[in-house]
Design a protein around this ligand. Structure first.
Ligand SMILES: [Zn+2]
Length: 315
């Protein structure tokens, strides 16, 4: 670890300095607040991970500020979803954090991937990986055909906890037991979370709704609810007038009860699309923009999605 290598000469030079921590926690950097939350759960009692993306920003297009670049430069390990979510981050990790361990969570063991816009293929996730995670010429795994919003399924959240604990244990063996115990406790919390979400969404299953951008397949797939469509596609790029027109027709056709806007996206487009359809406007937050960062953000975020959906659709 860079930090520790850096500290040894200091310790030697100031041998009389008391009480440097026996095992300083590694510098952990994450991409988005939900990933930071999972890492914070794994590191509870040991250290605190940083997040690059500030609350309220969209991961699909972002320019790092100097302070965020500096954070990346200081990293011993980077946990990030992958280039499909944050295309701007891959080069930055390569140039700023070249000697850090880079962990793409879309490639983590146990993380089930879904294709874009697809439902109901739980049994075939492994086949999908084989078919679509083709190797590019540089040998780097490419998940360009797979939906990157993996954290919205708490089962993937559990797989990410386990991967984070394993990778942290490798670079910081002194705290390996704490990481693994935290990940196990966190996994049990996510099982309880999934049971709560199941109970919340059960009464509104089958009701028609649209989302602001195509981000919720993992949540929908896990909890057997399904949006009829989205205003923007999965990269959150704003739709043109023709698409807005089509979406409005689809909302009418499906009798959409609700259209969900997002804090990270301009609500005008979703509101325009919903005009005259009778659909109510409500909000879904896939990133936790208004939530306090830390271990509690992730479960609050997932349960919040369920509550927002149920509150609007039950009316
Ligand atoms: Zn998204």
């Amino acid at each position: 670890m860079k930090r520790r290598l850096f500290r040894f000469p200091l310790v030697a030079a100031f041998a009389s300095l008391a009480a440097l921590p026996a095992a300083a926690a590694p510098e952990v950097v994450t991409d988005i607040p939900p990933v930071q939350s999972l890492a914070a759960r794994v590191m509870q009692g040991v250290g605190a991970p940083a997040s690059i993306l500030p609350p309220g920003a969209t991961p699909h297009g972002y320019s790092m500020r100097p302070s965020e670049a500096a954070r990346l430069e200081a990293a011993d390990i980077v946990f990030w979803v992958g280039e499909g979510l944050t295309p701007w981050l891959e080069d930055a990790i390569g140039s700023l954090a070249a000697d850090a361990v880079s962990v793409e969570l879309m490639e983590a063991p146990g993380v089930a991937l879904l294709e874009f816009g697809e439902e109901g293929h739980a049994d075939h996730d492994d086949d999908h990986k084989d078919e679509h995670a083709h190797k590019e010429e540089d040998g780097h795994e490419h998940h360009g055909d797979m939906d990157p919003h993996i954290w919205l399924d708490p089962a993937n959240g559990k797989a990410m906890l386990a991967e984070m604990a394993a990778r942290l244990a490798e670079i910081d063996p002194a705290n390996a037991d704490a990481y693994k115990a935290n990940a196990a406790a966190g996994a049990a919390e996510l099982d309880a979370l999934a049971a709560r979400v199941e109970a919340i969404v059960a009464p509104v299953r089958g009701k028609a709704f649209f989302t602001a951008h195509d981000a919720y397949h993992y949540f929908e797939h896990r909890f057997e609810i399904e949006s009829e469509g989205s205003v923007a596609l999965s990269d959150a790029a704003p739709p043109g007038p023709a698409r807005l027109h089509d979406i409005r027709s689809e909302m009418r056709e499906h009798g959409a009860l609700c259209v969900f806007i997002e804090p990270q996206l301009d609500p005008k487009l979703a509101k325009t699309a919903a005009e005259g359809t009778g659909a109510r406007i409500a909000a879904l937050d896939p990133l936790g923009a208004d939530l306090e960062p830390g271990p509690g953000l992730y479960p609050t975020l997932i349960e919040g999605l369920a509550t927002s959906l149920a509150d609007c659709l039950a009316q």
